[in-house]
Design a protein around this ligand. Structure first.
Ligand code: HAM
Length: 421
């Protein structure tokens, strides 16, 4: 047990961490350009926040939360998602007093007690964006465009953007009744989960993955046909905005999302080659969430992208950049007595911004040269008996094979000249 991590978790080893930095840098770059600022909230929150925010009848709250009582007898939950926490922070720090909307983003781990499989983990990472304080559809289109830009920037093709409107507290109850009327007679044909959803959350029946439930749902009435005027206008304008930005979309009337806070716009981006776990991004509007968390009624919208799934997709399409392990200088002490001089040079070079490493294992000259080629190193600074005697280093250019006895203070100049060539 001590040599295996918990089920559903993954170590990100050094050879893969550069891939993570790569996708994270693209996310940050898009957010900076679009004036979204980073917010970092704790990875645990009071359980109550998620019960109220995500909804007590959702799968996340019913089956997937990591909840425990801490030593102060408080119920604490590792965040299964970050929208509720961002809203909590928005209220706690009165971000509504700043210029609105508050445009925020985050990158970090989330925790769900899911059944692990390819693309589904118990600790996973999301890049998420939230815009709180604007009610018009332009911000919906902007949020969707950020997700699309992120995927385009990574070079991912074959993505499908699905949109829907899930209405608002005004029009949804009417639709809910229609839906219940529709499913009422078919109840015994639905799966056990959907039978229990029927009373508590009938819209969730629409996105059940069970084949029989999906077949029955095919003929169910659509929310978009029951929208009130406000929701209907919002949805039409969103479609126009997406078209203006040349963002292709498919309307999916059965897209309802698994969190209770959504109102009006709901969307998902799928990457079908990932199979069962093909949802790489999910998001939508949550105009009731701020009030639910104790604030003034304030609209909001956002999305979250599952970064493990993005990496799987990039791997599939061979879009991950080569890992660059090259260094400027490898410092090679050839005898034990040269270690102090080598180490002094190493620290001086690093201080000057040079990327360098040295031999720590008392390897032979041949083994050190082999090692230097592995990085590869542009230069090797050899220090043996003669070099110690003269207080200089034998500086070798690995590309040309040229070497010369060099004063250590000239090394920086030579590296810079070499870089300019
Ligand atoms: P979500 O649809 O639950 O939405 O999750 C968003 C994305 O996180 C999914 O599309 C998927 O890529 C990834 N994801 C979810 N669960 C797992 C898992 N167990 N393993 C790996 N990846 C996973 C939310 O979390 C909302 N907070 C999104 C949002 C932000 N809505 C408004 N603002």
């Amino acid at each position: 047990m001590l040599t295996t991590g918990p089920r559903g978790t993954k170590d990100i080893l050094p050879d893969l961490s550069s891939h993570w930095r790569y996708i994270e840098s693209i996310a940050r770059d898009i957010c900076n350009r679009s004036v979204y600022q980073e917010i970092r909230t704790p990875i645990f929150e009071h359980t109550e926040l998620f019960l109220r925010g995500i909804g007590e009848t959702t799968d996340i709250v019913e089956k997937e939360m990591y909840t425990f009582i801490d030593r102060g007898k408080r119920s604490i939950t590792l965040r299964p998602e970050n929208t509720a926490a961002v809203v909590r922070s928005y209220l706690e720090h009165k971000l509504y007093a700043d210029l609105q909307p508050s445009k925020l983003y985050y990158i970090g781990p989330m925790f769900r007690y899911d059944r692990p499989q390819a693309g589904r983990y118990r600790q996973f990472h999301q890049f998420g964006v939230e815009a709180i304080g604007a009610k018009g559809p332009v911000i919906d289109a902007e949020i969707i465009s950020l997700a699309v830009l992120f995927f385009r920037k990574l070079g991912l093709n074959e993505l499908m953007l699905y949109i829907n409107s899930v209405g608002c507290p005004k029009c949804r109850p009417v639709y809910r009744t229609q839906l219940k009327d529709f499913f009422h007679e078919k109840l015994s044909f639905l799966c056990e989960d959907c039978q229990s959803r029927f009373e508590r959350n009938p819209m969730r029946i629409l996105d059940c993955k069970n084949d029989k439930c999906a077949e029955i749902s095919n003929n169910a009435p659509h929310m978009v046909e029951s929208l009130c005027e406000d929701c209907s206008t919002h949805f039409s304008q969103l479609k126009q905005l997406l078209t203006a930005a040349q963002i292709d979309y498919i309307i999916n009337p059965r897209l309802v999302r698994g969190l209770d806070y959504y109102t009006k716009t709901a969307f998902e981006i799928q990457y079908p080659p990932l199979g069962a776990q093909s949802a790489v991004c999910g998001g939508g509007r949550y105009d009731g969430l701020v009030a639910e968390c104790g604030g003034q009624p304030t609209p909001g919208i956002g999305f979250a992208i599952g970064l493990e799934r993005v990496l799987l997709a990039l791997e599939k399409q061979k879009l991950l950049p080569e890992v660059n392990t090259a260094i400027d200088v490898f410092v090679a002490p050839l005898i034990g007595a040269a270690q102090a001089m080598a180490f002094g040079l190493l620290v001086k070079l690093r201080e000057q911004g040079v990327t360098c490493d040295m031999d720590y294992m008392e390897r032979s000259l041949k083994a050190q040269m082999k090692y230097a080629n592995k990085y590869p190193a542009k230069y090797v600074a050899l220090i043996g008996e003669d070099e110690i005697a003269q207080g200089k280093v034998m500086f070798k250019n690995m590309a040309t094979g040229e070497q010369q006895l060099t004063d250590s203070k000239d090394i920086i100049r030579m590296i810079k000249e070499g870089m300019e060539k």
